[in-house]
Write a protein of this length. Structure first.
Length: 630
């Protein structure tokens, strides 16, 4: 009998049973498909050895007029601009005290400093920078006091504690994404230190890293219960999420359901961002929004889910406002500018807005709208595209030219002129194993080099983004794996896609073949497994005597790249392995392998755990011979 060529349909299919998926792939890890063939994904290396504080939830690249590459990095604790491999803290200051409003007290033998400041407004984990403190004697010097601190605990509205530390910049004591100061104990008399002229500059409060659900006053939608009644609804307390866009070489960004900020690139990376409404000439600027976008085509700054023009700072989750063209500060609607506002009529809140080449798609919790530039006198118009359409989180959609792809509550969708539900061969696998309480964390990223859309999500027993699912829009194939990333941006300004990890580092993906989070790099364990194949209708046993592996090691830098090809024979579907398994070590010089196996069907698996190695599987052939028995 001639050799049987083992070729399988691209993509992984978990919507059928293992046996019914004959001719297809059933499982895989850290693989992708190219021209119908499975291969190992690319590796990743650290973009820089510097790390950031908090969990990064947003990345935005742009270039200054001078040609400097910037990357906005929004975390749960800070907002940074990364350039030249260093992170520059531009987190806005929310309050600065008058001289003398801050006082310290210390206890002999302890590093804990109790800070008194009336109505400080801080929470544990906030950051404050002290200046003007003096200390003539003792182990804690004025230089130690006059630096940035992370608040250790809050005692009450008027006092909190910090841990005295050696003099160092915050960047110097940010190690692997953690605040790691060298503490100093006070060796003087217990009592007040620091003098009477200390000033405290408080950064905006840190945000939540994990969604919290609860009941009680304020939970649930407005009006769902009677006046004065405690709500029985369960409500999610928002995570610290950021949206951001560049206005020329400058940056506009905001905290979801929080204030809008502006950073002037010409002031340099040592300057902090400021509130947008604090800029000179600011008129009727929104002070709260869910998302901000700068429209590329017409240069309007657009705030979604913001306070209306006459709203007095009270958020309307369905309101949309836009500045006058080419202006950051002119938001008052007049007959002589193009500022204005719209309000969506369907849903209870705007969840996300995604800009394409021609329009901006606006998602509410139950509908989808298209926002388009019309020109004078209306500026923008908005049209309903689809009702009964949902999206699972604010960052779960991505634009690919004029198409948009997103994850819904139980389905995947695309918009290419109309909303379409995407057939997904791993739908149940994904949505049956997802932590919906942490759905706001879900991120969607484009890997254009490989025509892939990646969604990172929390598996059902995890509060961290630990799994991904990929749609390849050229192959129209789905596959998945395990990897923890919290933000993603495609290549373009940068040579490689960049992703943020929970360890406090940025990684360049599709670079090399290994996991560069360790030193030295470690191997990426990649594998793919087929469903079983059989002879005819599966009513005959077969002998397998030879295998001709077709594994290409591409540009592997290993001197002797290898992979393991495993054949498993079974007698009946869904039965456990009966021991008829053959592992073949495949090398670049491999010709054929003699094997001896018998079964009603056979499965194929390819795996690798070798550093400096990548592989692509072609059309492996096996010698199958019926043994005449049924």
């Amino acid at each position: 009998m001639p050799f049987t060529k083992l070729q399988f349909k691209p993509g992984i299919n978990r919507e059928t049973t293992f046996y019914a998926n004959e001719g297809g792939w059933y499982d895989g890890e850290k693989i992708r498909f190219r021209f119908g063939m499975p291969e190992k994904i690319g590796g990743w290396v650290k973009k820089t050895n510097a790390s950031f504080l908090g969990k990064c939830r947003a990345l935005h690249p742009w270039v200054s007029l001078a040609g400097n590459k910037y990357l906005g990095v929004g975390t749960t604790e800070k907002y940074y601009v990364e350039t030249g491999g260093a992170f520059y803290d531009i987190t806005p200051i929310r309050a600065t005290t008058a001289a003398g409003d801050v006082t310290f007290s210390a206890t002999n033998g302890s590093s804990t400093l109790t800070v008194s400041d009336t109505a400080h407004g801080a929470v544990a984990g906030d950051y404050v920078t002290f200046s003007g403190a003096v200390q003539a004697t003792g182990s804690i010097t004025s230089a130690m006091l006059n630096q940035e601190y992370k608040i250790d605990s809050v005692i009450d509205d008027n006092s909190y504690t910090v841990l005295a530390r050696e003099v160092a910049t915050l960047a110097e004591i940010t190690v692997d994404g953690q605040y790691t100061p060298t503490e100093v104990t006070w060796d003087g008399t217990t009592g007040a230190i620091g003098g009477s002229a200390t000033v405290g500059a408080y950064q905006i409060n840190i945000g939540l890293d994990t969604a919290i659900f609860g009941t009680g006053w304020g939970a649930g939608p407005w009006g769902s219960d009677g006046w004065g009644e405690a709500s029985t609804a369960t409500v999610e307390t928002s995570l610290r999420l950021w949206s951001h866009d560049n206005f020329g070489e400058d940056l506009v960004f905001n905290i979801r359901d929080g204030e809008l900020y502006y950073w002037d690139a010409s002031s340099g990376v040592s300057s902090r961002a400021v509130a947008l409404d604090s800029l000179s000439g600011a008129t009727d600027t929104p002070v709260i929004a869910k998302q901000v976008i700068v429209s590329d085509r017409d240069r309007h700054v657009i705030a979604f889910g913001c306070d209306p023009e006459l709203g007095g700072g009270v958020q309307d989750p369905l309101a949309i406002r836009f500045s006058s063209q080419e202006s950051l500060t002119d938001w008052a609607t007049t007959a002589t500018n193009t500022a204005g506002q719209l309000r969506i009529g369907s849903g209870s809140e705007i969840v996300a807005a995604v800009e394409t080449r021609q329009q901006i798609l606006v998602f509410t919790d139950e509908s989808l709208y298209a926002m388009q530039y019309l020109g004078f006198p209306y500026t923008f118009g908005i049209n309903l595209i689809s009702e009964n359409t949902n999206i699972i989180g604010p960052n779960s959609a991505v634009a690919v030219d004029d198409a948009v792809f997103w994850m819904g509550l139980t389905e995947f969708y695309s918009f290419q002129g109309s909303v379409q539900r995407m057939p997904c061969t791993v739908r149940d696998f994904v949505f049956d194993d997802i932590n919906r309480e942490q759905s706001e964390k879900i991120i969607c990223g484009l890997n254009s080099e490989n025509a892939e859309i990646w969604w990172y999500y929390c598996s059902s027993d995890s509060e961290d983004l630990d799994r991904y699912v990929i749609y390849n829009y050229q192959e129209q194939a789905w596959y998945y794996g395990t990897l923890s990333r919290t933000a993603w941006v495609d290549r373009g300004i940068n040579d490689f896609p960049i992703a943020a990890a929970p360890d406090g580092y940025l990684y360049e993906h599709e670079r090399g073949f290994d996991d560069g989070s360790t030193n030295p790099p470690t191997a990426i364990a990649a594998n793919i497994q087929s469903s079983p194949i059989d002879i005819g209708e599966g009513d005959q046993f077969m002998f397998i005597t030879r295998v001709l592996p077709d594994v290409n090691f591409l540009n592997s830098s290993s001197g002797s790249p290898t992979a393991t090809l495993t054949l498993t024979a079974r007698n009946y579907p869904q039965t456990s392995d009966t021991g008829r398994t053959t592992d073949i070590t495949v090398t670049s010089a491999q010709k054929q392998n003699q094997v001896r196996m018998r079964g009603r069907n056979v499965e194929l698996k390819v795996a690798s755990t070798q550093t400096a190695t990548t592989w692509r599987l072609g059309a492996t052939r096996i010698d199958l011979r019926p043994d005449g028995r049924r």
